[in-house]
Design a protein around this ligand. Structure first.
Ligand code: ADP
Length: 612
């Protein structure tokens, strides 16, 4: 799995529980809200049931008054009729009023032509009378198609007084209740038939709700709540159910679930939207963070791939201050070092192959000369002067060959760590005279002025005389080589502090400043500076190097420094392009006690390579 994938999994792993907790919270809030709203519906139904019960109680008042009359009043027919009439006409919705004797026969009735009670109502009324209790029953059969409510009250020693009220009057108790749009109040009688329903066509009156599933929820309780789709108008409503006292009537208050839960639903939705925004922001934030971490890592990996593929210029982005940027910086620093090392290795490879070809050349040229001169020598009749000249040249070339091979041997000794020098008393004056003798010929060949400035009291140095001679010859040969024909070479020697200084100055091409730090590296061979000043004789430096003998392999100075350092000395250089160079050998003094080697600090302090 990629880093990006892992980080995303981490983010999702963090957000998912948040989402689950949030959804659970919303569900709990929603359930609580629903329960609250359902309870409020139950309360409304209870209130409506109480209102209906009170209304019914009010309807009973005239019956209670009549029932309180003395028995003599019931015997006076005309007085009783008057009482009944007065009661009926005073009450809105009252249809008729009658007094039945204990066997159910009519003792008195108003109006005289009132319909007889249905059998069902008569039975109920007489049953109540026998138990001494009031009763109430819907009279579905009487009232010429209208539903009537029959209320009855037993009269002590007489029978029972029964009033019938028009079903339309049932709206009275509920008229004061304000309900939301499409909400309904339904009054169901003891036989579960609708006695009254707000906003409803006439046809629904009398409808049996036994099978509707609504009333069953009430069981033995006084209140209940149920969510039902109305069989009358098809609207889903939450119905609160309440029993109206002991009357057997049930009041149902139904509010469309859509409008009841609307506010709560809106609140829930706003929570959900806020939650989704939070999740979205969290995920976006996580994505951005993931990107900010994964992208640099990916770029770093790409850079590493490219680098591994050989593009040493490949670098990772490292702009920030965070850990990944630091990683990028470290990678870049490492890449920088490797790139330099690679460049150095390539350069060394180039130098080595150049070295091999130069060595071949260095060996072949003098051998060719020797071979040619040998052939000439073998000719008959060669005069003595020529013969001598040829033999001397052969001898010089042989010396050069020996020197060259010795240089190669020294190189392998230094590389193998087995280079050893002696520390002996060296007479500087004598050594210089001997070197001058052997180098004068080469200098003359190039028409150089070869000057020697040795102090008469220069003290002896501590060195390996053979190696010192080779080093000095090498440096003088360089001065001859890198100075245009007709130049000036000064060889000097003097004492300074605890050292003997042997200097070789020339007015040659000089060394470019950028070559100074690598001047003593093995295989280093300088190129003439293109901007070099014109030589004293009007020849440009470039021209000079095209013609002059500048053969070499880049080992002379490397060997010189190693050998001189083994002797406890050092080499310093001062040079200016187009003006000339001075190489100075700093050698320890020879004292009576032996070598006066410099301390480590003096030695380190004395490393000088200067250019202008
Ligand atoms: P080589 O002479 O075989 O090239 P050296 O190690 O003796 O190798 O010298 C290294 C380089 O230093 C030379 O190639 C040359 O560029 C530079 N150099 C040495 N001596 C002088 C000098 N006297 N003047 C100018 N350049 C010099």
């Amino acid at each position: 799995m990629t880093i990006r994938g892992r980080l995303l999994a981490l983010a999702i792993g963090g957000v998912l529980p948040l989402l689950i907790v949030g959804l659970t919270f919303l569900w709990v809030v929603w359930r609580e809200k629903q329960i609250q709203l359902n309870e409020s519906m139950e309360q409304q139904a209870e209130l409506a049931a109480v209102v209906f019960d009170r209304w019914l109680d009010g309807q009973y008042q005239p019956l209670k008054t009549i029932a309180s009359y003395p028995p003599e009043h019931f015997k006076d027919k005309s007085a009783l009729e008057g009482t009944l009439k007065a009661a009926v006409i005073r009450r809105a919705g009252w249809i008729d009023l009658r007094v039945l004797d204990t066997s159910g026969r009519i003792a008195s009735i108003y109006p005289a032509n009132a319909e007889s009670l249905s059998v069902n109502v008569t039975d109920k009324v007489l049953a109540g009378m026998r138990r001494g209790l009031p009763s109430v029953e819907t009279d579905w059969e009487g009232g010429k198609g209208r539903n009537l409510v029959a209320i009855a009250l037993p009269v002590e020693g007489v029978g029972v007084v029964v009033a019938r009220i028009d079903g339309a009057a049932l709206k009275e108790p509920f008229s004061g209740m304000s309900l939301p749009d499409r909400a309904v109040i339904t009054l169901v009688d003891q036989r579960h038939r609708i006695a009254y329903r707000t906003q409803t066509p006439e046809s629904t009156i009398g409808m049996d709700l036994t099978d509707s599933g609504m009333l069953a929820t009430l069981k033995a309780q006084n209140t209940a709540v149920v969510l039902v789709k109305s069989s009358i108008d098809g609207i889903e409503r939450v119905y609160g159910l309440g029993r109206a006292g002991k009357t057997g009537y049930i009041v149902l208050v139904g509010v469309p679930s859509a409008s009841l839960y609307a506010a709560a639903w809106r609140q829930l939705m706003s929570y959900a939207v806020v939650g989704l925004i939070v999740v979205f922001c969290t995920m976006t934030g996580a994505l951005l963070i993931t990107r900010s971490i994964a992208r640099p890592v990916r770029l770093l990996s790409l850079a590493a791939d490219e680098f591994g593929g050989g593009n040493f210029a490949a670098r990772a982005p490292a702009e920030g201050r965070d850990v990944i940027s630091r990683l990028g910086m470290n990678f870049n620093a490492m890449a920088e070092r490797l790139q330099k090392r690679e460049a150095r290795r390539t350069e060394l490879d180039r130098l080595k192959s150049e070295f091999v070809s130069t060595v071949s050349h260095e060996l072949r040229t003098p051998l060719t000369t020797i071979k040619a001169l040998t052939r000439l020598l073998m000719r008959e009749g060669l005069d003595e002067t020529k013969r001598r000249e040829y033999i001397e040249t052969i001898s010089v070339e042989c010396d050069r060959q020996i020197d060259f091979v010795l240089n190669l041997l020294d190189l392998s000794r230094i590389e193998g760590g087995v280079m050893r020098v002696t520390h002996e008393r060296v007479d500087v004056d004598g050594l210089i005279s001997s070197v001058v003798k052997s180098e004068t010929r080469s200098a003359e060949k190039r028409r150089h002025e070869f000057r020697v400035e040795v102090d008469h009291d220069v003290p002896p140095a501590c060195a390996d005389p053979k190696e010192l001679r080779r080093v000095l010859s090498n440096i003088i040969e360089n001065a001859i080589k890198y100075t245009p024909d007709g130049g000036r070479i000064i060889l000097s020697a003097r004492a300074a502090d605890s050292e003997v200084l042997i200097g070789v100055s020339d007015n040659g091409r000089g060394i470019p400043p950028e070559d100074m730090p690598i001047l003593f590296d093995k295989f280093h061979r300088g190129r003439p500076a293109p901007q070099s000043a014109a030589m004293g004789d009007g020849t440009s430096n470039a021209e000079f190097f095209e013609d002059a003998d500048v053969s070499g392999v880049g080992l002379g100075l490397y060997l010189a420094r190693n050998v001189i350092e083994q002797m406890g000395g050092r080499i310093s250089v001062e040079s200016e392009v187009g003006v000339g160079s001075t190489f100075t050998l700093h050698l320890p003094l020879w004292t009576d006690g032996g070598c006066n080697k410099p301390t480590r600090e003096e030695f380190a302090h004395g490393q000088t390579v200067t250019g202008r």
